[in-house]
Design a protein around this ligand. Structure first.
Ligand SMILES: Cc1cc2nc3c(=O)[nH]c(=O)nc-3n(C[C@H](O)[C@H](O)[C@H](O)COP(=O)(O)OP(=O)(O)OC[C@H]3O[C@@H](n4cnc5c(N)ncnc54)[C@H](O)[C@@H]3O)c2cc1C
Length: 499
């Protein structure tokens, strides 16, 4: 790939080479092979920020193990599972598109980006055990989760994940397990898709190029791009721009100055992991184990003990722990990112966030002042026999939580993802982080529906999308479509080597 290769006046420019831009660029090129597409990336390599394997947990979020999607009990004691069903369906679109990419030869070696890892939920204490049993009843009743197992039996839990029971006292415990879970290297799939794109006619991927300004012009948007090797500023124009710059999206959106972005703010939360590379421990754990949120922790900070497979090597990862930061990007961020993002139109919202989210502020202060002993105490909830010498603390990525006004009133911290598109459908930006990379195909497919509806309307377009995401026009949540869902799911599992 020529790092400075740039197509003049392409149809589409994507800013950033993370999983969002990579999927959008690949989907668009598959839908219309004549499209000219240019990607600009500030770092020297593709997908080095949030999508990089070390900067996220790599959980293929499918609602299986994350208790945060099913937090409440209904008055009758049952647990509502709609949100888990929704996330599963969205992740299914990623599996299908990536399986198409493998089957059609766009990308190779799926084990370099996706691997089967059982997903477990684990709780302790009578109240939580009771909750998990009710959750399991709700989940297993849906065909997405019919294979989910539940147990309170220690020997069974020890056979699923021995570290959970080693050295544990007599408190009641329970777990659910589904073997259909995955560990995903989102950086690896982004690289593979963008290398494919760079080899297509009329497409370019330029790394080491930072977009520094955007200006609306008659033909769409004129971008100013700094070549970071030479310092030279270049310009390029496109009819449509996707700002998939992760933490860098908000500043670019503010530069674009579209009315839809007024009042939006961003609040960065750094992440840290404890990692273990001791082979005696790593080989004894093959699961992603999610627990309950710690008091006042935001949903994305629910702790988990994870098997990771990165660059062919298996490690264990525990966290995330939150860390204070004012940077919006892990590698190319600046300490001034947060202060510079504060504008007259979002100042009031940000102040209100601070005043109305005291628990969140307290949580961040508590996290920021934690010692290794404090972190080990949290790890002991999952792995009571863990020894500090086997674990080290590393920095993970940064999530910039989108902050927006609700009905013009108090601001809210938005933990989900927020796609902001202008009225003319010439620019779209992605803000926020959760559930993030796993549902990237679903998110960018929504961008295509909104901004490129013509690509889906023709017979050819419909055939193409059906080949890439066979369930795109079928409500696979419904029981009458369960057989179709199983057939497509199984086929994708086989192609991706997950069976
Ligand atoms: C601690 C943590 C754990 C997570 N765990 C999970 C998980 O288990 N599962 C999951 O699905 N999701 C997880 N996520 C979320 C997931 O990592 C993100 O949602 C996803 O990677 C975002 O992808 P992106 O393409 O939007 O951003 P990024 O991957 O950050 O890509 C943005 C790119 O834009 C580039 N860029 C920025 N500004 C400019 C500019 N001006 N010009 C050119 N390029 C620019 C950056 O260098 C970067 O490469 C986690 C996130 C964190 C922080």
């Amino acid at each position: 790939m020529n790092a400075s290769f740039s197509i003049p006046n392409p149809d589409v420019i994507l800013i950033g080479s993370g999983v969002m831009s990579a999927n959008l660029a690949a989907l668009l090129k598959c839908l219309d092979p004549r499209l000219k597409i240019q990607v600009y990336e500030a770092t020297e390599e593709i997908a080095q920020e949030a999508s990089n394997g070390w900067n996220n947990a790599g959980t293929g979020h499918a609602g299986i193990c994350e208790l945060s999607y099913t937090p409440f009990r209904e008055p009758d004691g049952s647990v509502k599972v709609d949100n888990a069903v929704k996330i599963f369906e969205q992740f299914e679109q990623s599996r299908q598109f990536w399986s198409y990419a493998v089957a059609s030869g766009m990308v190779d070696k799926p084990s370099e980006f996706i691997n089967p890892v059982p997903h477990l939920s684990f709780v302790h204490g009578t109240e939580q055990v009771d909750f998990l049993e009710a959750r399991h009843a709700g989940m297993a009743a849906h065909h997405f989760f019919s294979e989910m197992e539940y147990t309170t039996d220690r020997t069974t839990i020890a056979s699923w994940a021995p570290l959970l029971t080693e050295g544990r006292g007599d408190v009641p415990i329970a777990a659910t397990k589904m073997d259909g879970g995955t560990d995903v290297n989102f950086g690896a799939i982004s690289r593979k898709l963008l290398l494919w794109l760079a080899a297509q006619e009329g497409c370019g991927v330029a790394t080491g190029h930072r977009v520094v300004d955007l200006e609306r012009v008659l033909a769409g948007w004129r971008l100013s791009i700094r070549d970071l090797a030479t310092g030279e500023i270049r310009h390029n124009t496109a009819k449509f721009v996707f700002i998939g710059a992760g933490g860098g999206s908000l500043p670019l959106l503010q530069k674009a100055g579209i009315p839809e972005a007024r009042g939006l703010g961003g609040f960065p939360i750094g992440g840290q992991w404890l990692i273990c590379e001791n082979p005696d421990i790593v080989t004894r754990h093959q699961a992603k184990v999610y627990g309950q949120a710690l008091a006042a922790a935001p949903t994305m900070a629910v702790p988990h003990l994870d098997t990771r497979v990165l660059d062919g090597k298996k490690t264990l990862l525990f966290g995330p722990f939150a860390a204070w930061t004012t940077k919006f990007l892990h590698r190319k961020g600046r300490w001034s990112d947060l202060p510079v993002s504060i504008k007259p139109d979002n100042l009031a919202t940000l102040v209100k966030i601070g005043l109305t989210n005291i628990d969140l502020v307290k949580y961040l202060v508590q996290q920021g002042t934690q010692s290794m002993a404090d972190r080990m105490e949290v790890l002991h909830v999952f792995y009571p026999a863990a020894q500090a010498e086997d674990w080290k603390l590393i920095d993970a990525g940064i999530r910039v939580q989108a902050i927006k006004k609700t009905d013009g009133e108090a601001g809210i911290v938005h933990y989900g993802t927020e796609v902001v598109t202008d009225a003319g459908r010439t620019i779209s930006a992605l803000l926020g982080a959760s559930p993030g990379a796993s549902v990237s195909v679903h998110i960018v497919f929504e961008v295509i529906k909104q901004c490129f509806p013509h690509l889906l309307q023709s017979l050819k377009g419909r055939d193409r999308i059906k080949a890439m995401i066979p369930t795109y026009d079928v409500d696979i949540k419904r029981a009458e479509n369960a057989a179709f869902f199983r057939e497509v799911h199984q086929k994708a599992s086989e192609t991706l080597g997950l069976s």
